[in-house]
Write a protein that binds this ligand. Sequence first.
Ligand code: ADP
Ligand code: G6P
Length: 460
Amino acid sequence: MSRLIVISNRVSAPTAEQPSAQGGLAVALTAALREADGIWFGWSGQTGETGDLKFETYDGVTSATIDLPEQDVEEYYDGYANRTLWPLFHYRLGLTEFERDFQGGYERVNRLFADVISPHIEPNDLVWVHDYHMIPLGWMLRQQGIKSRLGFFLHIPWPPARLLIALPEHRRLVEALFGYDVVGFQTQEWLETFHDYVEREMGGTIGENGDVTVGGRTIKAIACPIGIDAKEFIANANGPTAQATHERMMESVTGRDLIVGVDRLDYSKGIEERFNGYQRYLETRPEMRTNVSLLQIAPPSRATVQSYQEIRATLDALSGRINGAFAEIDWVPLRYVNRGLPRDVLAGAYRAARVGLVTPLRDGMNLVAKEFVAAQDPEDPGVLILSRFAGAAEQLTEALLINPYSPDEMADAIEQALAMPPDERIARWRKMYDNVVNEDVIWWRKRFTDVLTAVEPVAA
Ligand code: ADP
Ligand code: G6P
């Protein structure tokens, strides 16, 4: 069995400080790392002089992290990753900043990772790199003489060629992907937009079985949608904390229907558009006003980046305006909470909701949609309203799929969801639930690593 090496900007392996690993990725990878005696490499999240990698083994899983100097954090993480690639890959050219210094910092940090990690890679290892922070890493590892099998998974969308070419160094960035053996995308749509770029801009060809060839080098490009840790989530939703949360929430809404939204506070999540859609619902259905309540949970994210400060200010103002315009002395239409919740509390909140409102303007996948489905009561499930622009819409086709830019469509979907008869709710939910359970995060990990394992390592 090959050893697994995982590399990502954030490392969510369990540690003595944080013993229960957070999130689906952590769950998918820690068990595999434990079995395969692997290592998870990445940034420590700390700013400081770059020293050596710090290794820690906790509960059979080894992580190795490194601090980054302030300038690197500004140019690589805040800069190129979150002010250039994130907005551009989420189709937001107007928010995208193009600075040579950012690109310089990005390449410098990727080179640093290649330098410090390559001595720890052995020829038979499976190396799996994650997300937009680390696109050039595979290529840089090759330059260090690494011949192991290298895989890359992009957690966010792949933008259309006509958008991507706005990035001055687009060609260099995409060429670097050809350092990997396998490149994975969340959906068929992102895979096709990648194919389109390769054909249009690089004169490449798309072959059988996911083969993509440019100038004599062939890699495999696949669509491989990430899932959630469905078992854990279902157990959570049935556990005592979720039940207590459920009861507390039902008491707080006193018989009204609860609509819930849960997101990192990010402009890609369409929270402003969600509030506008909800406002349209309240305006156009005055008789329903005091029958519903929207709970939006949105912990701040990437708060040093200006576009994130702006969306936060916009939402503060808009939530205040909605409550100011519609609240009664004994009812507020919108509860807006800027804090994260523990996962078992979150499961209870999803389960208490009649409607889950997941309305990103663009999203690689969107795990909240899958968590909402997993948390429902099989006998009385809530309804998922899902943006057609979320990757999850390719799998969760039984959701009420909407265009999040249209407040009218959103208001209509809220009305339809609240009026939906139990039979229809159960039938729609059942199909989505089967998908969430069958294509879970372990399925995803296995599928990707199986393709990577089957690759012939680069000839020595
Ligand atoms: P992204 O990765 O862009 O943040 P996803 O929906 O794919 O979006 O994943 C978000 C993850 O973060 C989910 O597992 C979700 O439960 C978690 N999360 C988001 N908002 C909160 C919150 N307010 N409290 C706790 N967890 C949250
Ligand atoms: C998205 C990205 C991840 C990232 C996460 C949280 O899911 O795809 O790579 O880790 O958001 O963002 P942060 O900037 O806090 O790591």
